[in-house]
Structure formats: C-alpha cells, structure tokens
Design a protein around this ligand. Sequence first.
Ligand code: SF4
Length: 619
Amino acid sequence: MTDNKSFIKNYILPKVKKPITYQGNEVNAVHKDLNQVSVRFAFAFPDIYEIGMSHLGMKILYSLINSVPDYYCERVFAPWIDMESLLRKNKIPLYALETMDSLREFDFIGFTLQYEMAYTNVLNMLDLAHIPVLANERSDRDPIVIGGGPCVCNPEPLASFFDCFVIGEGEEVLMQLLDDYKKAKKNSNHFSKTDWLLHIAQTYEGVYVPAFYTPEYDQDGKIANFIPKVPGIPAKIKKQFIKDLNHVYYPTKLVMPYHESVQDRIPYEIFRGCGRGCRFCQAGMIYRPIRDKSVDCIDQGIQKLLKNTGYDEITLLSLSTSDYPNIEGLAETLIQKYQNDHITVSLPSLRLDSVSVDVVEKLQRARKTGLTFAPEAGTQRLRDVINKNITEENLMQTASNFFERGWHRIKLYFMLGLPSETEEDIEGIAKLAESVSARYEQMDHPKGQHCQITVSTSGFVPKPFTPFQWFGQNTISQFEDKQSILKNRIKNRNIRYNWSEPILSFYEAVLARGDRRLGKVILLAWQAGCKFDSWHECFKQDKWEAAFEDAHLDPAFYANRHRETSEIFPWDFIDMGVTKSFLIKDLKRAQKAAVSPYCRTGCAGCGIMQFDPSWRCHP
Ligand code: SF4
C-alpha cells in the first residue's frame, strides 16, 4: 500500500477538484501505531466528505472507538465522481483517510445510513474497495460490513449487502461487539465469520443478522411471514437506547475539517428523543423516550471542546432544541461564560410555540441571521391531523416578536401530500406566508426594508414506525399539481417559493417502505450506474425504472399503496419500543383531527415503558 499512498498523493490527488477531502491529517485526526492495534474499524459515510464530516454520530463513534487504545477507527467517505474514476482507472482500492490503507485491511466497515437515497453509494464504496457487494459472496477474510443509523429501522432493502445491523443507539452495543470480536479472533486460529455472526445474533439484543432470517410473501407480494432460520435467535430485534445521557461517552476533541463542511462548528447534543409526537416524523418516534443532559454536563462538555478545537461557534443539537426544559438557564450560563470571547451559540430546530425571542436574541447578539420554522401544514385542521401542536397565532406572535427586535428574514417549511390534505390546506400555506408578510409591513421597520419570507415544501414520505406508515404516498403528478397551485398562488414579492423534486420523495418512500426483494433493484440500479441519488443532478430515473422492470417489481407497490392495519410490514420484526397498537390508536386520532399529549407534560402511552420496564418517563 505504501506505493499506492505515494501514487495517490503525487498523481491522483493533484488531478481532483477537492484533494483536501481525500488526504486526512486534519487537526485532531487520530493516528495510532498499527502494531499496537487489535481491531480496525472503518467508519463509512456514504456521501461526500463535506456532508459526512458534519454528522454527529460519526464524531461520537470515531472518538469512542479510538478511546480504546488497541481499537482504531478511521473515516471513509464516498469519493466524488472525479476521484472515483481515477481510483478505478488506476485500480486503487478505496482507502480510509487516517492511514490511507485499503478498506479490505479492516476488520469492520461500519456504514451509517442516514437517508435512503444513499443506498447505492454503499454498494459503490464496497466495490471501489474491491470487496464483494453481496454479503454471501464475501469470505472470512473480508471485513464485516455492519450498518446503523435511522434507516436501519427498516433494514430489509439492504439485507443482501450487510453482515449485520445495529438497531438503535450504538454507543454501548457496538463496543460490546468489538470486545467480543477481539476475543473471538484471539481465541481461534480460523476465525469463522458465520459462527461469530450466529453467536452475536444469539447473544446481543439489538443486533440483526439478515442471513439468519427468511421473509415469505403471499401471492399479492405482501409479507406473509418472517422466519428465524436458526435456533436461539430472537424473532424480534429490540432497539438499544442509552438511558443516562449525562454519563454516556461524548467526544472532547473533534476532527477539524480543512474543507468547509456543512456544519463547521461544535455540535453539542443537549437531549435525545422528542415527545411532541408529530405523526409524520420518524425520528420523533424511533428515538423515544426523551433524555436530557444536565446544564452542568453540557457546560463542562462544551468547555473541553472549545479548548481542544479552537472553534468560536457552538450549536446546541436535538430534535427540538427550544424544548429543552431549562433552555433559558442553559443560554444564560453559556452567555455569562463566553460573551467576552466572541463565541456564538446557535439554536437550530426551534418550535414556534416554545422559542424564546429573548434567548435567541441574547445568543445571536448582533448577528440577526435568518430564522427557520416548520409549521408543516397550512391550516389548523391539517396541523391537528399531523399533531403539530402549533397555531397560526403562535406563528404570528413569534414572527412579530422577532420583527420587533430587528429580524426580517424567515424560512417556513411545509409538506405537501400529507394525509387528508385538500386544496384549502395548500392555499393555507400561501395565506400563512402572506399574513406573516402583512404583519411585518404593519409594524415599524427600517424604511425601504421588506421582510424576506422563503416558503419551502417537500413531498411527504410515509415512513416506518410512524402513525402514517399505512398511508400511500401521493403520486408524482399529484405532487406536481400541488406545487403548481402554490407557484401560481404565491405572488407576493416578499415571498419566495422553493420546492423539492417529487421524484426523489417517491424513491425515498420506495426504499424506506421496501422489503428484501428491493435488494435486487438496488443492485441492478447501481450496476447501471446509479449513485449519489440524493443529488438531483446525479439521479438517473430511467436506470431506476429499468431496474424495477428487470426485477419484476413495481415501485408504486411500495410508495403509493395504501396499507391495511392488518398487513405485516417488512419492518415488523424490529421492536422500536413504540408499539404498533399505539401507532394504530394515534392514526385513528389523526383521522378525527384529534391531538395527542406532549411527553413532557402528559403521556400518550406509546409503549416505551413496557419495552423497558426499568424506564420511567416521569418521576
Ligand atoms: S411512555 Fe408516554 S411520556 Fe414516555 S415517550 Fe411514550 S408517550 Fe411519551
């Protein structure tokens, strides 16, 4: 590989557009003596460096694995097209950034699966590393390919490509797997991957080994049965979650990217889970229950990170940051400490009804950056259907408060194609934006300055483990018709309208709701040249259509078909804590436009406390 390394540095990297993203060696990148290392883990992000380097899960697991002296975690990202073609042309296998060693030399390749449209990139990265993409074609000498992240709540479309999946939060179970693997490798002259996979499937909750399970289909193509093939493995795989966030590992150092990544600042997670119960939101269901970090823990963690990175910006992360119970106290603590050091703190994921203008103003001080809110639907009726417990009054009041303090740019996010949506709901999006604009004009503001409102819509994707998982998605032409209504309706020059491409939402739904048979489609699509499918300019609709045809499957069967509550889903063997009976109950509430309680003040009985009887959501 040494020859390859100098060849890469001298002949490959000078020819690519962003060489800096393929050479590692950033500040705080970890370097270890390979003679002292017993387990090598490549953390693989199936998208480009700039996106992957912003991913919090990677930062946590990279540091956590490397905190064990003889485990070595390195990073690898999907190379962009220019780099890929040079690697292929020169027959150089894909390598990890820290050592520039080929991925084939690793014990594990761990892919984080954050969005479905990155699936073909997984295959491409394995192939670029000269590793067979199909799990059953890999030998004991090939790395173990392991998957995690939110998409694995339905791992079935990827079942043929992975040796195992970790379901839920990985900090504890992943480390147990590495310890177990190290022991198994040490105690055996001929490590058998199959034996080890069987052992972990039988031993560890939250680990799914797809090769040991078989789905059966009825004549309509729906799942008839899902059968464990070997004795001693569970019929249901239970997600793992960390109960005490104050004591779970959090990095004290971060790799500082050379190249500007999407989030080039300290990300600090202040709580996990969300109890709002928005019915379209998969994260809000699968990351239950809510678990807060204390102000002290956050403060101490931030101090260490500031010292070790030199960043001057911190972003407080969670699914709904303004819902942190002591957000004022936390903000006050951070302001007191860092106001003289020119360190800024940003709060993404603000809710209209819980955001405090004072807090945001204090944190942002002179920088009145744009505000982003997500009413999601244009009318109160539809917001009740989706359980987005915010009113038009909340929006108007919050907007007025910010306008009063000098803000004038607001982004508003909505979804099109939500269950029960009518033309009135779509009109409602335009009306809401117009009301915000009118409110600004009525208030005192600098002469000649107008508000800038950006309305963005995306197509609703019915995701597993949500109360809307039974809904058929709108067709592409329905989405396009709805977008046209809005394009024609929004005439106010203070309001800009952006929309996402319906074709991408359609394939996202197909892959999110798919079964194991989709593996063949993904393989065919990738073989035909599909990759970077989440990038609209790279998406090859004709190749995907041909792949479905060749596999004799209909994508509409997965995306647009409305499902009965009696149907067995491909993901029903995964236990995410939230019960199917709760989701059905909540679906029925949605059909009556009735809202469900918020977990911090009530309980809708989602099932998480039966899932883990030692857990209590309320004291
Ligand atoms: S058990 Fe109740 S409070 Fe806890 S996460 Fe579920 S619905 Fe929310």
